[in-house]
Design a protein around this ligand. Structure first.
Ligand code: WT7
Length: 645
């Protein structure tokens, strides 16, 4: 493969950026020419941010899997597409060449078809990080079914909500998943999620852990049996379904400032072009390199930079089942050494956690294959940036700080490895085609003028091909969430600074969304879960700086009168019970780090909780609470300050 659209110099970046803004249609249409289309598009872009309505490559017909698989077979059939490293380093790894992956995807596509899955059906995938997960995702795409992957750390209740929202008719899961020393019983969680569910017709279960599972007659089937069945039927190649460029490819649920997660919808054509373009340019991928993105496919990072971006570019993508600290904190470095990884893409939280183990785990690991490092998910502090640069990249690897979101499909702001300048803590410049701006609270664009640094709310003025198209089943929600705050613009929910060179530094969410270890969690979601616990009268959740997680979850809870400040005995027990409730309702990722019992919450006279004050207290800035005169009962603040954990 060659990438004629790969930017090689800073001057070319500037020229391409200019072109992309002056004539987005010509710019993206020239890039899209490099893909396999069944039929070319009639119109490159049609859009308005009012409804919103965004259509890229309108009238174009394609299947993304023909771009990820079929088109590589002739020249690269024997090249590794996926290298899979198991949780247990003693277990054998697996390599799937493009030919092998193609065959497996076709075979499983037949399994889906023989089980009644049709184009447009929603298929929920709840699996661990095994090759079958990537195969399931691609098999859905092959037949035009819409996949909705759910991260293995979500609870049965969360899955049930997502199944219902998407009206999913199929589930693909595993008996269990290995993660470090743990063995997570995925099928059993699915069984709980399906109690009372009316839409799911069939559950396909792949074998991984051999954890005992109950298989319900008429509903549950084994992956391996189904494969045997299509083999017996002699079904091999599976022609790809012809998809419209704007047909949905997948749904991915993410948290917002309201209680209910939203199903972000991405479509086939634009998402394909954008993930490929950003992959090739940000990481400066060269054919033959090994790309290791440490994310889980349950998050958008895994969708875009383990599966679709790399595979559409004919790259070798490394998929790791386990966690960075098991069996010890040298696991990432061992993998880099073992497979001679060239590109490592991970999260600041992982870097900070590994930093805590010192340099011991690096001893004896040869990291000289590394050429590019990347980070994603949250702001990276300078200390972590330098540690990564010095000890992992040995000061010879560019670090790309990639800012993006589930909704953006791919990276929007980042330096291009070795091509555009980097700056620790700064995501730097927007990719071509991305018109970033900062606005004040009235939606007025902030001019740079003579200022060294300005700051504001991060917005985007025009569509790029990977932008979300809707939130599943509720377009109005998409409009109000992203396009209504500042009319005519896409609002990211993030705050940012900009320097004179036009570089951006993301400062974090300005809405009620937390970023815990790079995972997005809505405060309202956590509050709803806490409030479900018997005895809880009311709660308020805010974030506070956490050394490893970036942000920790701090909950202020009014608990049935008498237990108020009780910390000996009952208090701790109640804390554990509340934590258990949150784990049940959302999942372990949303567990509060701190629970403070209070007798009241700071409210305005109109009854609104003043989170600003709680945030300050949680951060430890108790001296500087700002104006508290509008509070209904200022006394409550003193009490909360005293009881701070
Ligand atoms: C939020 C999106 C898409 C990647 C995984 C997270 C934060 C993401 C950065 C970065 C500072 C970042 C933002 C954003 N974020 N990347 N490089 N620097 N902050 O996807 O779960 O949709 O979360 O993650 O706050 O809004 P997500």
């Amino acid at each position: 493969m060659s990438y004629p659209y790969q930017i090689k110099t800073f001057e070319q970046y500037q020229a391409d950026y200019k072109k992309s803004i002056e004539n987005p249609e010509a710019f993206w249409s020239a890039i899209a020419e490099n893909f396999t289309w069944r039929k070319k598009w009639d119109k490159t872009l049609e859009w308005n941010f009012t409804e919103p309505k965004i259509e890229w490559f309108k009238g174009g017909k394609l299947n993304i899997t023909e771009n990820c698989l079929d088109r590589h077979l002739e020249k690269m059939g024997n090249m590794p597409a996926i290298i899979w490293e198991p949780n247990d380093p003693e277990e054998h790894h697996r390599v799937l060449t493009y030919r092998k992956l193609y065959e497996k995807v076709c075979q499983f596509a037949h399994v889906l078809k023989t089980n009644g899955v049709q184009k447009g059906d929603r298929v929920c995938i709840y699996m661990g990080m095994i090759p079958e997960l990537a195969i399931a995702v691609l098999a859905c795409a092959r037949i035009g079914a819409i996949h909705s992957v759910i991260f293995g750390g979500f609870s049965a209740q969360s899955i049930a909500d997502r199944l219902e929202d998407a009206k999913a008719s199929f589930v693909i899961t595993c008996d269990g998943a290995f993660r470090g020393a743990k063995d997570i019983p995925l099928k059993s969680v699915i069984d709980d999620a399906l109690i009372g569910n009316k839409t799911v017709k069939r559950v396909i279960v792949a074998t991984r852990t051999r954890t005992p599972v109950s298989m319900i007659k008429g509903r549950d089937v084994w992956w391996e049996d189904e494969i045997k069945n299509v083999e017996t039927l002699g079904l091999t190649d599976c022609p790809a379904e012809e998809m419209d460029a704007e047909d949905p490819l997948f749904i991915l649920y993410t948290s917002g400032s309201t209680g209910k997660p939203k199903g972000v919808v991405h479509t086939c054509g634009g998402y394909m072009v954008y993930t490929n373009y950003s992959f090739v340019n940000v990481f400066q991928y060269q054919p033959g390199q090994i790309h290791f993105c440490t994310a889980d496919i349950g998050w958008v990072t895994g969708h875009s930079y383990i599966v679709y971006g790399p595979l559409s570019a004919g790259a070798t993508t490394l998929m790791f089942e386990g966690i960075p600290t098991w069996p010890d904190a040298g696991r990432f470095w061992e993998i880099v050494d073992k497979y001679k990884v060239n590109i490592l893409y991970t999260a600041p939280t992982a870097i900070r956690s590994l930093m805590g183990f010192g340099l011991g785990p690096l001893a004896g690991k040869n990291l000289s294959s590394l050429q590019v490092l990347g980070t994603v998910g949250e702001p990276i502090n300078e200390e972590a940036w330098h540690w990564y640069d010095e000890n992992i990249g040995k000061k010879k690897c560019p670090i790309v700080d990639t800012w993006w979101q589930t909704e953006t499909g791919g990276i929007l702001i980042s330096n291009l490895a070795g091509v555009t300048p980097s700056k620790p803590g700064w995501a730097t410049l927007p990719l071509p085609g991305v018109q970033v701006t900062l606005v004040d609270e009235n939606g007025k664009e902030i001019e740079q003028g003579d200022a060294d640094i300005v700051s504001g709310n991060l917005c985007i003025k025009a569509p790029w091909p990977g932008i979300l198209r809707t939130t599943y089943g509720d377009h109005e929600r998409c409009r109000t969430n992203y396009f209504a705050t500042y009319p005519g613009m896409y609002f990211t929910g993030d705050g940012a600074m900009r320097n004179k060179e036009g570089m951006y530094r993301i400062t974090g969410r300005v809405d009620d969304v937390l970023n815990v270890s790079g995972h997005r969690i809505g405060t309202a979601e956590v509050e709803n879960a806490i409030n479900m616990h018997a005895g809880v009268v009311e709660s308020a959740v805010v974030g506070y700086p956490h050394e490893v997680k970036g942000q920790g979850i701090y909950a202020f809870v009014i608990y049935q009168g008498s237990h108020g400040q009780d910390t000996h005995g009952t208090g701790d027990l109640v804390r554990k019970d509340i934590t258990q409730t949150v784990t049940r309702i959302i999942g372990p990722i949303a567990k509060p780090d701190k629970i403070q019992f209070v007798s009241g919450l700071p409210k305005t006279r109109s009854g609104k909780i003043m989170r600003r004050i709680l945030r300050k207290i949680a951060e430890g800035e108790t001296d500087n609470l700002g104006d508290t005169t509008t509070l209904l009962d200022p006394g409550v603040v003193e009490e909360i300050k005293k009881g701070r954990l």
